[in-house]
Design a protein around this ligand. Structure first.
Ligand SMILES: *[C@@H]1O[C@H](CO)[C@@H](O)[C@H](O)[C@H]1NC(C)=O
Ligand SMILES: *[C@@H]1O[C@H](CO)[C@@H](O)[C@H](O)[C@H]1NC(C)=O
Length: 141
């Protein structure tokens, strides 16, 4: 009798262990599958680059590398914001374009002169351009 109880508790222990093992295995497999579904597309900005000088009111094509897009892109809506001194500003250069276009024409906004401007291009996540110069306001800040 004692041996029988002991045997079934061993079986129970095995079943419990196996159930936990299965949970671990499937738990470990789930995030990987979800990661594949939500590939993050953050194409590098090609222009403007280091050394670029823009003048207020000019039109320019911001360009980015679309040579390696993931199969599934969560957010295809592009957004470009202006950054200054390493901080993202509320200035929108363009919004709502297809991130797979690889370029979008923008108008240089009316901002103070500076050589510490950059852009952040958002698809799924943000990607910064190198720093460049905007001039034309005559205002140093
Ligand atoms: C940008 O270019 C300047 C000179 O043209 C150089 O001094 C600087 O290191 C460059 N910055 C980067 C991030 O490449
Ligand atoms: C931007 O690129 C398009 C396509 O190449 C071109 O037609 C347009 O003239 C360019 N705009 C500027 C401001 O260079």
């Amino acid at each position: 009798m004692f041996a029988k109880v002991s045997y079934s508790s061993i079986v129970f222990a095995f079943v419990t262990f196996f159930a936990c093992y299965l949970q671990l295995v499937s738990g470990a497999a789930l995030p990987a599958a979800e990661l594949q579904k939500r590939d993050v597309f953050t194409p590098p900005v090609l222009y403007p680059h280091n050394g670029t000088v823009w003048t207020i009111g000019q039109r320019h094509n911001v360009t980015w590398d679309v040579s390696n897009p993931p199969k599934q892109i969560t957010n295809k809506q592009g957004l470009i914001l202006l950054r200054k001194s390493g901080e993202t500003t509320p200035v929108v250069l363009e919004n709502g374009f297809d991130i797979l276009l690889g370029r979008i024409e923008i108008t240089v906004p009316w901002v103070v002169d500076g050589d510490d401007y950059s852009l952040v291009l958002f698809g799924d996540s943000g990607n910064f351009s190198p720093e460049f110069t905007i001039q034309g306001s005559g205002v140093q800040f």
